[in-house]
Design a protein around this ligand. Structure first.
Ligand SMILES: Cc1cc2nc3c(=O)[nH]c(=O)nc-3n(C[C@H](O)[C@H](O)[C@H](O)COP(=O)(O)OP(=O)(O)OC[C@H]3O[C@@H](n4cnc5c(N)ncnc54)[C@H](O)[C@@H]3O)c2cc1C
Length: 380
């Protein structure tokens, strides 16, 4: 469909991301995923393209501007051509630079952001704990003030990028109950008492490094507290909004990839003496996928426009997050069915995406939590 928000700059940016994915990732992606890792230089190449610089000042290596359409299109292109694990590890830093840009002192920004935005160093956001991720208002990691430091204790889990990152934005309780008692801290890997364990037996996202983090009386300098106690809520909620946009864009890229691979297969495969694509049942599957993909794209474009207008459409971001994961799940299932037995073999995108869709329905705000949030935002 024609995109009414297209500009020459956005088209050029999208083309450069698509070319990057085709050249640097697609030829190796499935092998990297099987191997469970990919070369660090890809982070730096993605950084050079500007993929980590949205909303970050040029003084800290960022783009010096934000554009939700560019975020959207780059998210779609990456998910179309890159395994979810590669995408997740690259993008992990994008969910932790927001709170730093919003809350950190200039000195911290100058120390931390250039390395992360350029891709030379990794960053991760550590909120989820073994006791749960949906209700962050009950997180239990604690940070106790002791002179010029905070003493951090607790556990985090499912942290994307967590095995390789140098910098972590960690949520910990400094005060009473609820979000008001939570603060954010910037913690550096290698600080005594901070250890990490790989979670490497995942259903999907094999090439991403996912970690459990352990904080045992870790001393965090007081100037590495991001903002003041209790400001966590606003910074993190705003951050989650952009994470939801990115995850929904990823779902659209995955759905499109499933669609294209299914159509290509249906054109060349013959059953009952004619191409698979000429059977009406298969055509209906393709039409159903296409309609859902178009609807999701139109929804996302409208949300991107609203974000660019300076508004945060929280209800729509929640709704589009679960609409997107359901669309990706539907398209992965239909594409797998069209590919038949060939779809069940490893080393190709449809099988991988079929495994990867579930995390899109769980991570960054699960479908249940998004529906509840959307309902509450509607003030019915
Ligand atoms: C591969 C992967 C990468 C991740 N990366 C990160 C990361 O980088 N940083 C980070 O902080 N976290 C990360 N997460 C954690 C993710 O955000 C959480 O898994 C998610 O928030 C859900 O939390 P939970 O798994 O503890 O489920 P729970 O909170 O225990 O919930 C379990 C199930 O119950 C449902 N549920 C919960 N409460 C309700 C309710 N009131 N009504 C109805 N249903 C409910 C949930 O939707 C979910 O389906 C990652 C997770 C995965 C799997």
């Amino acid at each position: 469909m024609k995109n009414p928000f297209e500009t020459p700059e956005r088209a050029a940016f999208r083309d450069s991301v698509e070319r990057f994915v085709k050249r640097e990732i697609a030829p190796h992606g499935e092998d990297w995923d099987e191997a469970g890792d990919f070369p660090w230089e890809l982070h730096e190449k993605a950084g050079a393209l500007g993929l980590f610089g949205f909303g970050i000042d040029e003084a800290y290596g960022g783009l010096g501007f934000d554009d939700a359409f560019m975020r959207l299109e780059s998210g779609i292109a990456l998910a179309y051509g890159a395994p979810g694990g590669v995408n997740a590890s690259l993008g992990a830093r994008n969910i932790m630079t927001g709170p730093i840009a919003a809350l950190a002192s200039d000195a911290i920004k100058a120390e931390v952001l250039p390395g992360i935005v350029s891709g030379r160093e990794g960053g991760a956001l550590a909120m989820t704990e073994p006791s749960g991720g949906s209700d962050l208002s009950r997180l239990t990691a604690s940070a106790r003030r002791d002179g010029d430091t905070f003493i951090l204790d607790g556990e985090k889990t499912f942290i994307t990028g967590g095995m390789k990152a140098r910098w972590f934005v960690v949520g910990a309780r400094t005060g009473g109950e609820g979000f008001g008692g939570i603060s954010l801290f910037l913690v550096e890997a290698g600080t005594p008492g901070f250890t990490r364990t790989a979670l490497d037996r995942k259903m999907g996202w094999w090439s991403s490094d996912t970690a459990s983090l352990h904080f045992d009386a870790v001393q965090v300098p007081a100037h590495r507290q991001l903002g003041e106690e209790g400001v966590c809520l606003l910074a993190i909620m705003n951050n989650f909004n952009y994470e939801r946009l990115a995850l929904a864009a990823g779902c659209l890229g995955m759905a499109r990839r499933c669609f294209d691979d299914a159509v290509a297969w249906a054109k060349q495969r013959e059953t009952f003496g004619k191409p698979l694509i000429s059977h009406q049942v298969i055509r209906h599957k393709i039409a159903d996928m296409s309609a859902r993909i178009d609807a999701l794209h139109a929804y996302l474009l409208h949300i991107a426009w609203t974000l660019n207008e300076g508004e945060i459409p929280a209800a729509e971001l929640a709704k589009v997050k679960f609409t997107a994961s359901q669309t990706a799940e539907y398209c992965a299932s239909q594409a797998m069915q069209i590919l038949g037995g060939a779809g069940y073999l490893r080393g190709q995108a449809v099988e991988r995406i079929y495994r990867e869709v579930k995390v899109m329905a769980i991570g960054g705000g699960s479908e249940e939590i998004m529906k509840d949030l959307a309902f509450r935002q509607m003030s019915l």
